[in-house]
Write a protein that binds this ligand. Structure first.
Ligand code: NCD
Length: 331
């Protein structure tokens, strides 16, 4: 059996219905290579399919998608909303600050009530790792759950829109060297990217960060660890910058933001160490002058805003696969 077709650990198996159909999208870990490819291919179809044709075949017509964001978000929430609307779904954005969760209603009670309003899909963002998985386990059987970021754990649609952007710019993954730079310790995005890059057989995945911002077991994930930009950036094809996630830091992990920029900030000078045609990525929101210089963020190698645009097609792809519909006709 192809190693990437073997069933993954429990959370991954939980994501697949019989026939390896995607039922929930909670983590990249353990998902088959073929499935990640299918997401990329399908997203490509949505990018190239004329808007008129998309409107004619609303794959999620009659379905209700509920956005449950317990944590702040701009890009992720809005692109999920646009994606669901383009597929013809009814989209409900729950403002958690004014919902009953703020009055102490338990998560499961909130879920039961939303189920009673005929929800088909929950898009969940929560500060605690495992929340989307928890909801998936206890929700009614017809409901699908998409993880839009849980604590430091996973952010699978972000990783897939990043993979889509890399493929769009670079083609095959096998020859590529990719460096992920900065606050890996607190980053659900980095974790999902590493799983996706490995599953897609990327040539080399590097991490560049200070010792205090690297999770203890990172080498087990099959990455090369660097502590100096001058070494880690050499000859890479793709640089992925991460935001310094102050809100998740306990205690003083860093001397100061200006010190961090001095050591790990991406400047035009440092970019010269990478391949001449390298690209610069960032999941956003960016902190100018903290992890990335404005000249780089707005420069010709930056694909940061293209990542945002690609988020729509990739989220359309995942949602339509979950609902079991095919582009060009519903299955
Ligand atoms: C990321 C997130 O929320 O995990 N942002 C995003 O979804 N675009 C990264 C971050 O907050 O730094």
């Amino acid at each position: 059996m192809h190693p990437h077709l073997q069933p993954g650990p429990l959370p991954a198996r939980m994501q697949l219905a019989p026939g390896n159909r995607l039922k929930h999208f909670l983590t990249i870990e353990g998902l088959p290579h073929l499935l990640l490819h299918e997401i990329l291919e399908r997203a490509e179809q949505f990018v190239t399919l004329p808007a008129k044709q998309q409107k004619k075949a609303p794959l999620l017509r009659g379905k209700t998608v509920m956005n449950l964001f317990f944590e702040n978000s701009t890009r992720t929430r809005v692109t999920f909303e646009i994606a669901a609307q383009r597929l013809g779904a009814d989209v409900i954005n729950l403002d958690i600050r004014t919902s009953s969760a703020a009055k102490g209603e338990s998560l499961l009670d909130t879920v039961r009530n939303l189920e009673a309003m005929n929800a088909d899909m929950f898009v969940v963002r929560h500060e605690h790792a495992g929340t989307a998985q928890f909801i998936a386990r206890y929700a009614a059987p017809h409901i699908s759950v998409l993880n839009a970021g849980d604590g430091r754990h996973a952010h699978p649609t972000q990783a897939m829109l990043d993979m889509f952007t890399i493929r769009q710019k670079k083609g095959a993954f096998e020859p590529l060297k990719v460096a992920i730079v900065g606050d890996v310790l607190h980053s659900r995005v980095a974790r999902s990217q590493i799983h996706a890059l490995n599953t897609l057989l990327t040539g080399e995945v590097r991490i560049i960060a200070p010792r205090t911002l690297i999770p203890a077991d990172i080498e087990k994930m099959g990455v090369r660890v660097f502590h100096r930009m001058e070494e880690g950036l050499r000859d890479v094809d793709v640089v992925i910058m991460l935001r310094l996630q102050r809100e998740r830091m306990e205690g003083a992990l860093l001397p100061s933001e200006s010190e961090f920029f001095k050591l790990y900030g991406l400047t035009e000078k440092r970019l010269e160490l990478t391949k001449p045609d390298s690209i610069v990525m960032h999941p956003g929101p960016i902190n100018r002058g903290v992890e990335i210089d404005s000249a780089v963020a707005d420069g010709p190698r930056s694909v940061i805003l293209e990542q945002v645009t690609n988020g729509i097609a990739v989220r359309m792809a995942v949602m339509s696969m979950i609902m079991g519909s095919t582009v060009g006709g519903t299955a």
